[in-house]
Design a protein around this ligand. Structure first.
Ligand SMILES: [Zn+2]
Length: 183
């Protein structure tokens, strides 16, 4: 998971924020019918009921610094042991990581579509940007931010159980697009 730079992503079919938001809203209704995900471990276990499996692997199985990884074609998520420990204690970083991987999986980020080798492509075609946007939309829905009048990163942290960094990044982007008013 990379929040500040998207250089590590590969090129996928472009998706707008609006499309990712609509997709996240549908998935949220399906996977989080109560509107909450307070028990992350139970949430991850329940994914198997939707045909999404996960495998907890030794940290060394994944490339260095990788918290989780997925194979969208197999609907399989690899979770490092240390990230899984984070899931079990409802860690905010582990929460974003899991929803980021779900983004790759549900937005069908298959590398087999990636035939073209190119360094330069628009951000909305970047797999990492799309997965981060998906995680932000599903974990911190705009309609809840607006309806509850959440204004600060700490407000978002309390409401959604996300990290300060993820909350501040969400607010900054929403303000830049004037989807929420400047406080
Ligand atoms: Zn990713």
């Amino acid at each position: 998971m990379i929040l500040s730079s998207y250089k590590a992503g590969f090129r996928v079919k472009g998706l707008s924020v609006a499309k990712i938001r609509a997709n996240a809203r549908n998935v949220r209704e399906l996977l989080m019918p109560t509107g909450e995900c307070t028990d992350l471990e139970a949430f991850v276990e329940n994914l198997e009921n939707f045909g999404i499996t996960y495998d907890v692997v030794d940290d060394s199985f994944l490339p260095k610094g990788t918290e989780a990884s997925c194979i969208p074609e197999k609907r399989l998520i690899y979770i490092s042991e240390s990230t899984y420990a984070g899931i079990c204690r409802n860690d905010e970083r582990a929460r974003f990581t899991i929803f980021h991987e779900l983004g790759h999986l549900l937005l069908a980020h298959s590398r087999t579509f990636n035939r073209e080798i190119s360094d330069e492509f628009p951000i909305f075609e970047n797999s990492e940007w799309q997965a981060d946007q998906f995680a932000a939309e599903i974990l911190m829905p705009l309609e809840i931010i607006l309806s509850k009048g959440l204004r600060t990163a700490v407000d978002l942290q309390k409401e959604f159980g996300v990290s300060y960094q993820a909350a501040a990044c969400r607010l900054k982007k929403l303000r830049a697009k004037r989807e929420i008013k400047n406080a």
